[in-house]
Design a protein around this ligand. Sequence first.
Ligand code: F6R
Length: 616
Amino acid sequence: MCGIVGYTGADTAKSILTDGLKRLEYRGYDSAGVALERMGDAGSCELDVVRRTGKVAGLESELVARDDASTCGIGHTRWATHGRPTQANAHPHVSCDHRIAVVHNGIIENFAELRVELEERGHRFASETDTEVFAHLIEEAYAREHDLMAAVRAACTRVVGAYGIAVVCADEPGVIAVARKDSPIVVGRGERGSYVASDVIALIDATRDVVVLEDGQFARLSPDGIEYTDAEGACIEPEVTHIDWDIDTAEKGGYPDFMLKEIYEQPRVVRDTLVGRLSPSGELDIDELGLSFEELDLIDRVYVIACGTSYHAGLIAKNLIEGWARIPCEVEAASEFRYRNPIITPSTLVVAVSQSGETADTLAAIRDARIKGAKVFGITNVVGSPVARESDGVIYTKANKEIAVASTKSFIGQVVSLTLLAMLLGQVKGRLTTRQVRMLFHELGDTAAQIQWILDTQVEAVHKAALACRDAHSALFVGRGMGAAISCEGALKLKEVSYLHAEAYAAGEMKHGPIALIDPGFPVIAVTTKSPTYDKVVSNLKECEARGAMIVAIATAGDEDIRAIADHVIYIPPVRDAFSAITATVPLQLLARDVAVLRRCDVDQPRNLAKSVTVE
Ligand code: F6R
């Protein structure tokens, strides 16, 4: 949550910072601000701090009146944690003497104690944020050390919590000090200067070779280069990561919003996630698992831990792991798992699923599981992310950067990756033969073309259903088995992008309470694909129909009977039930987005949300 950027070099900093912030806006959009270094009349440097509530566009308009002279600065886009989303709480935060400015992503847990201590020593606070303590701590340390890097290192020893910070000091023009603990920071050197950001997407125009800073590492950026040091100030040579994904990912490419673009990318995601996964001899190839077949064979319990949409990918995986490998599999919200003392033994496999790879609850659950002796396997979309680094093995979903706050293509990448894992476990446990695995693998690959078919043929049907849902106050998503898990994701998508209340329910449970909600016109969106429970779902729908529900059915192409009870039918191609989540989720994503557009919601940046949830 929150995005930070910094630039020092030969070019105008202001536009580099605002362009970078716009790309980081998915991390939060409550307020935005920059601190730009400016040379005063007397030849001394001053910090020009500009902050605005709301999105980066507001800040950008404010900066139009500023000249282009500044070539060094830092910027921030905020998702409010400590302190309301006001201008006073917007970053950068400055020291009492206004010579030091800080932007921060993370949470400082001991900020209340530090604030009291600093106030007792005469510091005046201008905001309610935790971040501001950093500005004052660095100010004090700078008075002793007269060196920005040394002052930042000293301040970091006082702080408990997570931080990625970038700091400028008017007494050291052109220098940006950067530090990190449990919060992502990437640093890169371009032809025209040095860059820092929370995410590579903000600096990919300048360079594709970046350093993903590790916890406890520091970087000193200047127009001439970047120096890396450890917590003692000793020089280090960090690993350089080459970014190979295309810059087109960061552009809408003719689509009206990123969410739609990312939905349309899903056939590619399926194909890319499967590339190289089947050896010529027909064996599944998941080298990165970090576990031998012998170790996998000992696994007798699986926990999938994740949040939000990633949690729903886990619900799908449960069906597959238990179905194919016959290993008990529990799916838990990471935020619950860590407080529950789950039963973990050395033969427990914990699978942590996270698009961003930096969700605070998922990370905390991983650490907890490891302490208790579990093997942890990560599934993430972000190379080098904390989830990847803290797991014994990792599969990277090949979604590429996902920009819309609502996850779509990364969900599909997660489900495909978890399906591979379930197949592997099935094979190791002797429940699936090599021949069966090969057949399943090819069918899994076919889902790419099946998604494409939905995108090519069902958009009109989705739109009609969206028009019927537009003015509803609430909606129910129902299904059984896989359909129940898919419904959970459908309901989450609808509520987060369209602000229409939605709830998912196992269809068979409707008569135990939720059916009381149904009155004429109430939308019931049902996953009624041809599956072992098809007839049961249809009977449940008849009960809803009898009470006047407006039924939207996600059905298997060729199923004409469903039209007798459904007001709207959206088809998906015939698919094995095990793979139905990969296809049946797609119309639900389209539906949610369509309803949101009809209700004039900000599809890519829904209110109150941020894409990376780095607070607990
Ligand atoms: C919903 C959505 C969120 C995330 C959740 C976990 O569309 O995107 O529910 O799935 O915040 O995030 P990750 O997967 O990054 O751990």
